[in-house]
Design a protein around this ligand. Structure first.
Ligand code: SF4
Length: 329
């Protein structure tokens, strides 16, 4: 059944909501067959290549928004380090380091509701230099980009050579008000639409483990396909001390269940970059390397505020799998 599903997907079949739930609910005895189906589809589109994305936390902490999972919100109790937006020189230096570490793409993120014009201009200048000197892909994550001002900022970034815009939908629309009160799911969707209209490759993902149901995750997997998202970071909640979701610290997904989610996102979005993102170390544990059978992408060397296992171990894992990192040029 699973082999046949993989072949049908490769022939253009779109996964349905019922299929998605079947993937999540099939018995444990079918773990390996589902993983093999996801690998079959992943291999067809990406071979053994792995995209290694390196994050820059270009403006850390004191964000006005109250996303309940985020340690960078000014509403969180424990924001240890804070700094203003990095300079152009610092961004270029970090991009060089990212490339030397083995990164394929440089992802510049800001803890803001919406980036100011001066931050947009700084990233635009830095991108021009990064492109000229390193030829590296750049992704911007600079908050909400709504209305005419948001559209103008997006156009400015696009004209400077930024390749992709990241804005995560994070969770299902029905429970969005339970994880944030300062903006809406619709604000996030509008940002994605504006970024798409500006010509960006879209990067948008979710965080699993914030109280959503499997039905809602299944719908989200299909939403990303409908919205033509090119790159989908699948995060698993790391409950950060001081945040409203910190009480979920003890929440641990079963590693195989986390893998099922990655398989679902692959089978629902066959040609998209599926990234095994934050929380893979915590929730997949000793099964972590299996994530790269459904996923074809990771964050190299940790996350915005949380450490990962380190670039050396990330690269060793890819090497042991006899997979290959896409060069950042
Ligand atoms: S997730 Fe982004 S918008 Fe929300 S509080 Fe954190 S930095 Fe701000």
């Amino acid at each position: 059944m699973w082999k046949e599903l993989a072949q049908r997907i490769l022939s253009g079949y779109d996964l349905t909501h019922d299929d998605a739930l079947t993937i999540l609910r099939a018995p444990d005895t079918e773990h390996l067959q589902i993983l093999d189906a996801a690998w079959t589809v992943r291999r067809q589109y990406f071979g053994n290549l792995v995209k290694a994305n390196v994050l820059s936390n270009a403006k850390r902490g004191l964000c006005s928004e109250d996303c309940h999972y985020c340690g960078q919100s000014q509403h969180a109790q424990d924001v240890s380090a804070k700094h203003g937006f990095l300079t152009k020189e610092e961004l270029v230096r970090q991009a060089k380091e990212a490339q030397e570490t083995g990164g394929s793409r440089f992802c510049v993120t800001m803890a803001v509701r919406s980036a100011s014009w001066s931050a947009v201009e700084t990233l635009a200048d830095a991108t021009k230099q990064i492109k000229a000197e390193l030829g590296m892909e750049v992704c911007a994550c600079m908050g909400l980009m709504t209305g005419d001002t948001g559209k103008a900022k997006l156009k400015f970034l696009k004209d400077a050579g930024v390749d992709a815009y990241n804005h995560n939908l994070n969770t299902h629309e029905e429970i969005y008000p339970q994880i944030c009160s300062t903006h809406t799911y619709q604000d996030r969707l509008e940002t994605l639409h504006n970024a798409q209209q500006a010509g960006f490759s879209l990067c948008s993902g979710l965080i699993i483990g914030m109280g959503e149901s499997d039905e809602q995750i299944a719908e989200l997997a299909l939403t990303f396909r409908r919205e033509k998202v090119d790159s989908i970071p699948v995060n698993f909640l790391i409950a950060v001390e001081g945040t409203k979701l910190a009480q979920r610290t003890k929440m641990e997904l079963r590693p195989w269940k986390a893998l099922r989610y990655l398989c679902l996102f692959r089978l629902a979005n066959p040609s998209a970059e599926i990234r095994a993102s934050a929380g893979r170390e915590l929730h997949l544990r000793s099964l972590q390397n299996l994530a790269l059978f459904p996923a074809n992408s990771i964050f190299l060397d940790g996350y915005l505020t949380q450490p990962g296992q380190g670039a050396e171990k990330d690269l060793a894992m890819i090497n042991d799998l006899e997979m290959e990192v896409i060069a950042g040029h």
